[in-house]
Design a protein around this ligand. Structure first.
Ligand code: FRU
Length: 493
């Protein structure tokens, strides 16, 4: 039965979504049908299509009582909106349906698990949000919340752990047909931990173990965990709040963390061997993965960061974008990401230059656009001194540009959007340490109207940033202090 709250949201989004013109949105990055979007939720493959749900407040372009928006795609790049899937309409979730995930049941139904939020009165005008895990079952369009909700509650948390920070369940189906899920939580010391639960049927859940804890490292509360096997190891992704910086690896504020290690399923423990950031740019948070039918592990993140949401004004008709879907792999114990191969089919209008010597500013015929897939190789010139700096500028006109600059002596690659037209005093630059044998660097740069995603080398690092420069600013130019040789292949998308 559809509630009044859900019916209203569906009616509103249908009318309001129509008012947004296609050119006002990115082309192949998912945005909310209308209003506000944050985390990807319920990313799954169901009835022959990819389903993406998202944290959604349809009524304004700012965060509000959370619903789940819904879209489907055949290729992860062209999305079709479906009606809003969940609304905060039950006694146990009336203050929000927070992040969660989806699996397919053996009887063909789609099972969603999400965090139900309920404000509890503490004293005078102080309220705290109690968070529990709830489920809903559906057919890919309509979902029914289950009577036994919440299915994981206060009694299922280890002693001393917080019932106010207990959210974002990510489920998966195990090889034996039973289910497991990981949930973000805060232990008594106020830091972060990931709890592991098991279930025989997806409906009845039992606490198994504390899978991982932050031991004073990597921020405080750990949000939006994901846990999966990849190339013979196990990968734990989580998005920590309140990070302190660590060199060029981790930055302040909300970050993304990837830990690679071994998983002992018997006792529910994870032995971490390596950790790294998931994305080294400005806008990437709360990623979630899906296992594609062909075995690829594909990740999409919220292409935004909580601390820089003010880049866009509440008057804009939509807020929040999903990142490009990225294929994951491990190489030498490190996480690698590549744009999904489906993107190759969108490439057209090839422009290619080989061995161009860049010294000072260089513009090349045909190099422009705001929906672009560009492969760029930079190297020093034989017999000449190593160049000091190389840069590529894009989304450029007489006053605006966003740039990527590289200093080979320091091995630093920087994304900088301070001249993108932003009028806010927020983070506009971020730097990453990159591998570059003798000043040689390969980049794949993807633009889609309001964003740039930079894949370094074979995808060993990614830097992502949004920019809201007007679309007429479509110039691309190259610069070197000293001389650098470049090969560049550019496609329109
Ligand atoms: C992460 C997050 C989640 C929560 C959701 C609420 O961005 O804070 O932990 O479920 O957003 O919208």
């Amino acid at each position: 039965m559809t509630s009044q709250t859900l019916r209203e949201a569906r009616k509103y989004e249908e009318a309001s979504g129509k008012l947004i013109r296609e050119e006002e949105r990115p082309d192949f990055h998912l945005t909310p049908r209308t209003g506000w979007m944050n985390d990807p939720n319920g990313f799954s493959y169901y009835k022959g299509q990819y389903h993406m749900f998202y944290q959604y407040y349809p009524y304004e372009s700012k965060w509000g009582p959370m619903h789940w928006g819904h879209a489907v795609s055949n290729d992860l790049l062209h999305w079709e909106y479906l009606p809003c899937a969940l609304a905060p309409d039950e006694a146990y979730d009336r203050d929000g349906c927070f992040s969660g995930s989806a699996v397919v049941l053996p009887d063909g139904r789609h099972l969603l698990m999400y965090t139900g939020v309920l404000k509890e009165h503490e004293e005078r005008d102080i309220y705290r949000e109690v968070q529990t895990q709830c489920i809903a079952v559906g057919d890919g369009i309509d979902y029914e919340k289950c009577e036994q909700n919440p299915v994981i509650g206060e009694k299922d948390i280890p002693e001393g752990s917080s019932r106010f920070d207990f959210r974002d369940p990510k489920m998966w189906k195990k090889a034996d047909g039973t289910y497991a899920c990981v949930v973000g939580n805060r232990p008594a010391d106020g830091s972060g931990q990931i709890l592991l639960y098991n279930s025989a049927d997806g409906f009845h859940w039992k606490f198994k173990s504390v899978l991982a804890s932050n031991h004073g490292r990597f921020g405080k509360m750990w949000e939006c965990p994901d846990f999966f096997e990849l190339d013979g190891k196990w990968v734990l992704l989580t998005s920590p709040q309140d990070m302190l910086p660590q060199g060029f690896e981790y930055h302040n504020g909300n970050g993304t963390l990837c830990m690679v290690g071994d998983y002992n399923e018997e006792d529910g423990t994870f032995i971490e061997m390596h950790n790294q950031s998931v994305d080294y740019g400005i806008d990437f948070y709360a990623p979630q993965t899906v296992l594609a039918p062909d075995g690829r592990r594909i990740m999409i993140g919220w292409m935004q960061n909580w601390d820089s949401c003010s880049m866009r004004s509440p008057e804009d008709p939509w807020f929040g974008q999903m990142s490009l879907p990225r294929e994951l792999s491990l190489k030498n114990g490190r996480l690698y990401q590549r744009p999904v191969r489906e993107l190759d089919a969108m490439r057209h209008g090839k422009v290619e230059y080989t061995d161009v010597a860049v010294s000072g500013v260089v513009k090349l015929d045909g190099m422009k656009g705001r929906r672009v897939d560009m492969e760029l190789a930079v190297r020093p010139v034989d017999g000449e001194d190593l160049y000091q700096k190389f840069a590529v500028r894009f989304a450029q006109d007489d006053t605006c540009y966003t740039s990527l600059s590289f200093r080979p002596r320091e091995s630093i690659l920087k994304v900088d959007r301070k001249s993108s037209g932003s009028r806010r005093a927020i983070i506009h630059q971020r730097r990453a340490l990159v591998n570059n044998p003798n000043g040689e660097l390969r980049l794949r740069i993807i633009l889609d109207r309001f964003s740039v995603e930079v894949f370094v080398g074979d995808g060993e690092q990614v830097l992502t940033a949004t920019m809201y420069t007007k679309q007429e600013a479509d110039g691309i130019s190259f610069f070197a202090d000293g001389t650098a040789n470049i090969d560049v292949v550019k496609y329109e998308l």
